[in-house]
Design a protein around this ligand. Structure first.
Ligand code: PGA
Length: 261
């Protein structure tokens, strides 16, 4: 993290954990513990399940907290007969800031493709939500030596027909699938190498100026014990945290990454 124009982001992805009552306790704990200096240094984002968003919004609004929140997915459609889906306009009404798009679990279990990811990125932008696009390779792909090509193709697919003014605002989360929930963390150098490759790809597709503004996060078994070394990499602007963010105390330690060993 060397570029001052990119504010670091620590984003907790709760996945299908924490019910709406527990989410109130969680956000209250964060509110009680975080101080101005934390918010000034790092953007704090949570991705609760859809059923919790209203509860989270209520606590954040009531206490004017500087915590932002996002949805773990978004429909590509505006409205209509799409049972089970949630539209961008519904999320916007709940003052959601981010839409997490193309998480590897969505790609694996819900057959999301670069085309559907691209359609969801467009749906987010249309509704003034900031896409947080997740990309990354499986272990097979890494072992075959194609991790960079694979990940950069995902970027190219996700950004098809997206204008540069939107690209400079969005967030990309590089999450090697083999490091998610496995305890197997990529080395800080791996995280740096891929983040740099992603930034160079954005520069090629758009411009260096756009690439310098895009925030690139690393995700995959991040915890308080390894976050500092990852954050010291010049092209890593934050982390997307799953398991370790389920414990608010651990998430707080991650948010305070400069104080960690
Ligand atoms: P993990 O998950 O931190 O539990 O590895 C990261 C993610 O899937 O976003």
């Amino acid at each position: 993290m060397t570029n001052d124009s990119r504010k670091p982001v620590m984003a907790g992805n709760w996945k299908m954990n924490i019910n709406h009552l527990e989410s109130i306790a969680y956000v209250n704990k964060m509110a009680f513990s975080l101080i101005e200096a934390d918010y000034a240094r790092t953007e704090v984002v949570i991705f609760p399940p859809f059923t919790n968003i209203r509860s989270v919004q209520t606590v954040i609004d009531a206490d004017h907290l500087a915590i932002t929140y996002g949805a773990q997915d978004i429909s590509a459609h505006d409205s209509g007969a799409y049972t089970g889906e949630i539209s961008g306009s519904m999320l916007k009404k709940l003052r959601v800031t981010y839409a997490l798009i193309g998480h590897s679990e969505r790609r694996a279990y819900h057959h999301e493709t670069d085309e559907s990811v691209n359609a969801k990125v467009k749906a987010a932008i249309k509704n003034d939500l900031i896409p947080m696009i997740a990309v990354g390779e499986t272990l097979d792909i890494r072992q075959s030596g194609n991790a960079v090509d694979h990940t950069l193709n995902q970027i190219q697919g996700a950004l098809k027909d997206i204008r540069s003014n939107y690209v400079s605002e969005l967030v990309i989360a590089y999450e090697p699938v083999w490091a998610i929930g496995t305890g197997e963390v990529a080395t800080p150098q791996d995280a740096q190498d891929m983040s740099l490759a992603i930034r160079q790809k954005v520069a090629k597709l758009y411009s260096q100026d756009v690439a310098d503004k895009v925030r690139i996060l690393y995700g995959g078994s991040v915890k308080a014990g390894n976050v500092k070394a990852i954050m010291e990499q010049p092209d890593v602007d934050g982390a997307l945290i799953g398991g370790a963010a389920l414990d608010p105390d651990e998430f707080l330690r991650i948010i305070r990454w400069p104080d960690q060993p």
